[in-house]
Design a protein around this ligand. Structure first.
Ligand SMILES: Nc1nc2c(ncn2[C@@H]2O[C@H](COP(=O)(O)OP(=O)(O)OP(=O)(O)O)[C@@H](O)[C@H]2O)c(=O)[nH]1
Ligand SMILES: [Mg+2]
Length: 210
């Protein structure tokens, strides 16, 4: 028997930094198919299971975000000032993405502050500098990202959704930090779609192909 525990993971970051591309690379392991990217951009929710060891699987319930839905929900729900904490309510992990070739690092820092203010303190936060394949055009040094992550107690990685470099590894690093015992259920009242997914453990036969 192997044990599968589900965790909610949310992706945050400025538009066009590559959030959906990272999810697609993680879930489908390739990024050559533009139609597949269009699908994942439209999807907003995907799952992927990774094997931590012989008896332990981690199922990521991945919530992608886009500029459009953040703006819409922010407007309807909380006014323009707050960046819709509904996206990270009940999240076990948050991946905050910036593009190393753009000025999106400051926006990533503001997402970190927002999470520190509003998310559950047990939420694992990972800062990811994406588009590592374009390192020759980088505006944010590795050291800058690494230092900020260290100061704030975050996990840190650089990756390329385009080549796949570092993508599986960053999700595995998060998987290793997740608490294997189910965390206490938190209230989902008022949460978008009323979803309650974190820390759900299911026993599945090891022969199961799913
Ligand atoms: N060179 C390169 N391009 C990338 C990489 N990741 C994403 N892109 C490109 O960057 C653009 C934006 O990628 P998306 O994945 O749609 O970005 P996003 O963060 O989901 O954007 P929003 O949904 O608008 O918030 C697309 O043209 C991608 O092909 C990468 O690692 N390297
Ligand atoms: Mg997207």
């Amino acid at each position: 028997m192997s044990r599968t525990t589900s965790f909610k993971l949310v992706l945050l970051g400025e538009s066009a930094v590559g959030k959906s591309s990272l999810v697609l690379r993680f879930v489908r392991s390739r990024l050559s198919d533009e139609r597949a990217l269009a699908d994942v951009v439209a999807a907003a929710f995907l799952t992927q299971t990774v094997k931590l060891d012989e008896t332990t699987n981690i199922k990521f319930e991945i919530w992608d975000t886009t500029k459009d839905c953040v703006v819409a929900d922010t407007y309807v729900g909380a006014g323009y000032k707050s960046l819709a904490p509904i996206y990270f309510r009940n999240s076990n992990a948050a991946v905050i993405v910036y593009d190393i070739t753009q000025t999106s690092f400051e926006k990533a820092k503001s997402w970190v502050r927002e999470l520190q203010r509003q998310a559950d303190p047990s939420t694992i936060i990972m800062l990811v500098g994406n588009k590592l394949d374009l390192a020759s055009a980088r505006k944010t040094t590795t050291e800058l990202g690494q230092r900020f992550a260290e100061e704030e107690g975050l996990l840190f990685a650089e990756a390329s959704a385009k080549t796949g470099e570092g993508v599986q590894e960053l999700f595995m690093e998060i998987a290793k930090k997740l608490p294997l015992a189910p965390p206490p259920q938190r209230s989902t009242q008022g949460g978008k779609n009323g979803v309650k997914v974190q820390g759900q453990t299911t026993e599945i036969p090891s022969a199961c192909s799913c």
